[in-house]
Design a protein around this ligand. Structure first.
Ligand SMILES: [Zn+2]
Ligand SMILES: [Zn+2]
Length: 262
């Protein structure tokens, strides 16, 4: 029997690495599945949203294994998995999705109708998201593997950049999604509120999408310095200068920017 360890939530402010059971090829309701794979976790992230649980702000049950940002190697697969093989290196999108329901077919995998009996939408290691075991662990099970997993095509090259590629499971696409849904395109002027990891991912995405100016606002001087070092314009929200004035000064156009009225 292979040993497994994971980050277990033990109540407000308390987590611990503990021995946990090796994943089974079954869903949280105990039904045996053949569309899943078991991964040896190669890398993972701690998400800002894990903090809500860890700090006791949610109804998360003790014993929950945390972690929804998983990159791993396929070491077992069910008989229905067709497009992946043992040894593949894969990125796991944080949403658990079936790929078959109406939401998934409309590309709204964040509200999949099949993976959480209580409400639309599932995620690994997250309160109220269907009781899927998290991946801040040595081994994790991913259902509907053909649909969910993104195979990294060149294993050696991927391992050279594995820390960057770990951001594919949540941080980068969350920022990218924000930029796309905000309508960023060639020539856009973009303001991003917050220079944390997702904010920086949104800024990098805006640049990729062709934005002419990307401004990031924050109160944290270390985060602002990092954003500036990456070539973004910054707005320091800890100063007395109102944001709209800082933006106008950066753009050199005092008239075009006015504070929005509620
Ligand atoms: Zn996350
Ligand atoms: Zn679905």
């Amino acid at each position: 029997m292979i040993e497994n360890r994971g980050v277990v939530y033990l109540g407000g402010g308390k987590v611990e690495v503990q021995s946990i059971s090796y994943p089974k090829m079954q869903d949280p309701r105990g039904r045996k599945i053949e569309h899943g794979v078991i991964l040896r976790v190669v890398s993972t992230n701690i998400c800002g949203s894990d903090q809500h649980m860890v700090r006791g702000r949610t109804t998360a049950q003790t014993g929950l294994v945390l972690g929804h940002e998983i990159t791993g190697e396929v070491i077992e697969k069910g008989s229905d998995v067709e497009n992946l093989k043992i040894g593949d290196l894969v990125s796991v999108p944080f949403n658990v999705a079936c790929g078959r329901c109406r939401s998934c077919k409309e590309m709204h995998t964040g509200v999949c109708l099949s993976v959480n009996p209580a409400r639309p939408g599932g995620a690994y290691g997250y309160v109220d998201m269907g009781d899927w075991t998290g991946g801040q662990s040595e081994y994790a099970m991913v259902p509907y593997a053909d649909f969910n997993l993104l195979k990294l095509p060149d294993r050696d090259r991927a391992m050279e950049k594995i820390r960057d590629l770990t951001c594919l499971s949540d941080i980068l696409p969350t920022g990218y999604h924000g930029a796309v849904t905000a309508g960023v395109g060639p020539g856009s002027t973009v303001y991003i509120a917050g220079a944390g990891p997702v904010g920086l991912a949104a800024a990098a995405s805006a640049r990729l999408l062709g934005a002419a100016v990307v401004i990031i606002g924050d109160v944290n001087p270390i985060r602002l310095a990092h954003a500036k070092a990456q070539g973004f314009e910054i707005a320091d929200l800890s100063t007395d200068t109102p944001l709209h004035e800082q933006i106008a000064a950066l753009l050199g156009n005092q008239k075009s920017i006015a504070p929005s009225t509620p």
